[in-house]
Structure formats: C-alpha cells, structure tokens
Ligand binder design. Sequence first.
Ligand code: SAH
Length: 565
Amino acid sequence: MIGLVAVTGNGARNARHLHSSWSDARLYEGNVRESLSRAWSECDGIVLFLATGAALRLVSGLLGDKRTDPGVVTVDDGGRFAVALCGGHEGGANGLARRVADTLGAEPVITTASEAVDLASLGSLGDHLGFVAEEGSDLAAVGRALVSGEEVRLVSDARWPIGPLPDNVVRGGLPDDGAPAMIVSDRLEEFPHPSVVYRPPSLVVGVGCSRGAPAEEILNLLRFSVREAGLSERSIAHLASVEAKRDEPGLREAAGELGLEVRFHPAEVLSEIEVPNPSEAAMRAVGTPSVCEAAALAGGGELIVHKRKSANATVAVARKPVRGRLYLVSLGPGEDDLIPPLARKALARSDLVVGLDQYVDRVRHMLRPGTRVETPPLGSEVERAEMAISEARAGASAALVSSGDIGVYAMGSPALEALGGEEGVEVVSVPGITAANAAASLLGSPLGHDHCSISLSDLLTPWEAIERRIEAAGAGDFVVSFYNPRSRGRDWQLGKARDILLDYRPPETPVGLVTDAYRPTEKVKLTDLGSLRLEDVDMLTVVIVGSSQTRLSGGRMVTPRGYSL
Ligand code: SAH
C-alpha cells in the first residue's frame, strides 16, 4: 500500500490524482504529523507532498531500520520533481519516485550510488530472470566497490543471461582475499564477505502425496529435504506434480504458503521419464511409476535430491538447466518514442546485439557499456540469426533487432526456424509497430475493417504466388498494405498489382503512400488507384490501397467499421 500525505492545496490535488489513478494508494488527511506516522506503520511506501526540508524534519523522528522502513518520496508543490528521499533500494523509493513521476509528468530524482553505474540497482540484478538478493547481503559495500571501479568478482555455478555488467565486474571463483563479490548460487553456504548473494530460480521440487495429506506434512518434508541437501528454499522456481493431484488441498495449501506455482504433468508424460526410484504403488495409484522424481525432472535438468518420504508425502529436487536468452526485438518504424519500452529493457539486458547497421544505430544509445554489436550486411539473414543463437546457446543473452515488427517480413521467422526445438535457449519476443500500422495512423484509419498485407518482393516468393494473393485480396475486398512495393531492380510489380486490383474496385479507390513513416524524411501522400504514380513509391514506402468501402473523410483515409451495403 502506498500512503499519500499532502498539506497544501496543490499537494492535495496531486495526491488525489495519484489516488484516483493507482489501485494501491491510500489518502491520509488531517494533521500531517499524525497522518505520516499512521502511514509509516501501515504502508510500504509514502509520497509526501512537501518540500524536502520540511519532509526531512517530519521523517527523521520515524526512521528506524532501512530494511523495514517504508520508502519515502517527496513531491514539490509545483509537482515538478519526485525525489526518492530515503529507502531508495530496500524501501522501493527509487521505483516509487519513477511511478509518481510517470503519473504526474514529473522528473524522478534518484541519488543512490548504484544508479550511477547504470545498473538499475545492485539489489535488482537479474530480477528479470527471477533472482532475489539474499537478506543480509552487503549491498552497500559491494555497491560502493562497484561504483568506485574496484574489481568485483562475479561467482556463478552456471552462466545466467544476466546481460552486460560494468567492466570492473570479473567472472571467477570465490575470492579468498576479502575482495567484494556478487554470488549467484542456490546453495546454502557461508559465503565470504563483502558479498551480495543472489538466489536464482534454479530448483524444481517434485511432490507426490496421498489423498488428504496435510499441508504441514508436505511443507515439513519439503523444507527439511531442501535444507538438508544444502539448498536455499528461495531458489525453488516452482513445484511439480502429477495431473491427478491438481485438486489436492494439502498440496495447494503448501504451495500457497511457499508462494509458488505447482506445474501438473499428465501421468503418461511422467511415466516416460527415467528415474532412480520407481514404485509399483505409485503406478497403481496414479498410473506412473514415479511422481516426485519424474515431476521434478519433467522440465529437464538433473536430479539432486532423490525421493524422500514421510507417511503421506514424497519429494525430490531437480536443478533446471540454465537457458540462454534470445530476444527478438522490434524497434518500430523510426521514432525513438515508438520504440517499445520492453525493447529498451531487452536491449539493456543483451550481451550481444545483432542487426542491420541502420537499425542498430537507432538504438546504440540504449545499450549498456560492454554490449557487443554485430552488423552483418543485408542479405545475410541466416548468418545474423546464427550469430545471435550461438551466443544464447552459450548461456548469454543476445538480441536480434528489426525495424517495425520483427515478426513481419523480418528476422523473427528465420531465427525461429534456425533455432528449431532447441531447449537450451529461451526466446523472448518484443512486438512492435509495423509499417502498415504506422502508415495507417498517418493516413487516417484505413485499416478500420478487414485488411491484409502483401509483400511485392519476388526475390524469395514466385511472382505467380504473389499475383494469386493480390487476386484473392481483390475478390475478398480487403484493404491491402503493400510492403516492399518497388526497388531499383523491381520496378513493374506495383503497376501490375494496381492493374489487378482495378479489376475489382473503381479507379477512385483511395490509396495512401507513406514513405519513411515516423522518420525525419517522412512523406505522406493520398491518391487513388487510377492515378497511382509509381515514381512516388520507393523501397521505403508502404502502399495502402483501400477496399471498395474506403473513403475520404475530412481529408483522411477511412475504412468504415460497418459495411453498409
Ligand atoms: N519488419 C518491418 C518490415 C520490413 S520489410 C515492419 O514490420 O515494418 C521492408 C518494407 O517495410 C519496406 O519496403 C517498406 O514497404 C516497409 N517499411 C518499413 N519501414 C517503413 C517506414 N518507416 N515507412 C514506410 N514503410 C516502411
């Protein structure tokens, strides 16, 4: 819960705005000192609409332990700045300042040191992979070392696709000389100090139980087995069991207590998995010789705790294989503001970025120091895909970038074809605004009813197939977006496409030509099918031909939602 405390009229107006926009905010009204101390005990974060000086005086009497105090953000009377005053990392004030800034259109002010090294924060390293920093980690000491450029050791049993790190972070074994370390491990060990220990979601606990097994018994067996094997409970990614146990109350309750999901697998799948301790009883009861061991292993990996039993439950633990990441990143048509926020995140987390020169250039300023960039020339799609895939296969994170949407006439399909069913690589796709959508927004609303896209490039597709599709689009009365309409070597295809469509719709049918949408060189032209001039079109144009219903309204191209025939 986020507490909002305001004093002045302006402050109260901004507080009310946050209150009406956020579902987790509560307004505290009345005496400011009392409101603040109530909010202090009831909330995880507090937004104080006060000058920092006044806020400091009020907050100072309440400060206790920074691990448990709420994060505090102050906002000036003009609503221009959201200052993370205290509890930046642990209290979440940095994130809260950004949220406040987003909603009020203010500037977030964040002063904690690790921000300066461009790591979102040491504590949130790998949070996109599900890492959690262990309580009691020396965040401040390691953070200081990181910012001051001192060598910090990165120790990890497996290579996780964390993304680029500052160059004073060096991979290696545990330091024995007191050097600061960042340790990624699921093992319960006495690690040297100063260090930050990250718990990766690397373990799967398979659980079997008889009907009516109490949650407490399952939990006790699970916790005992994990701890005895020297493993951290915080590294459990999820539980796993057999489909027949989906409604077993004890198992559900145990998972709820741990805050974990249970993945249920069909008995036929589990019975195919080879395990060290199969049992006849399990076979009779649920149709697979193993529940806990097979379920733990169902996602691949290695069994590290064999079956353990209590009266009504069994558990086994597997360590999942670590997978590298392949990001398929769409950059939108051209303008920075149309680059999806998820694309920015993916790029900041990529060790390697692969794409055509002109696309990579658009995002270079978003890459973290240490990111490698490869820009093989046009015409080498397979080579580009292979470059990124082999990086991901080695456990790193690699991004393939395309303009528009990466799934539309771009690198998405060659990359996924090259990857096939390879399990060692996780694919994360970021969708983007494709040329047809970008052009449509500049023309009006031409895609308001059924539409299709056709590429006029016959380099990879036989012209007969393209022609058949244009005929079909004509017969079906689809609005058509033509991609790759014309290039120096391909100058007749668009004329032919126009002639085919003229068999189906009148010459007055509106046509929009958009070249370089959302780039400084953007050109937008409205014409009609009868007067479409090929010389207005080049390789960077998308041509949108209306259906028989498309018309101009106020100078804009509109395809009505409802056909009134
Ligand atoms: N993946 C891209 C399409 C690549 S095919 C996307 O989703 O947009 C290349 C064709 O897309 C070009 O020949 C042109 O027809 C169209 N195109 C790409 N970017 C464009 C832009 N900014 N303005 C107009 N057309 C564009």
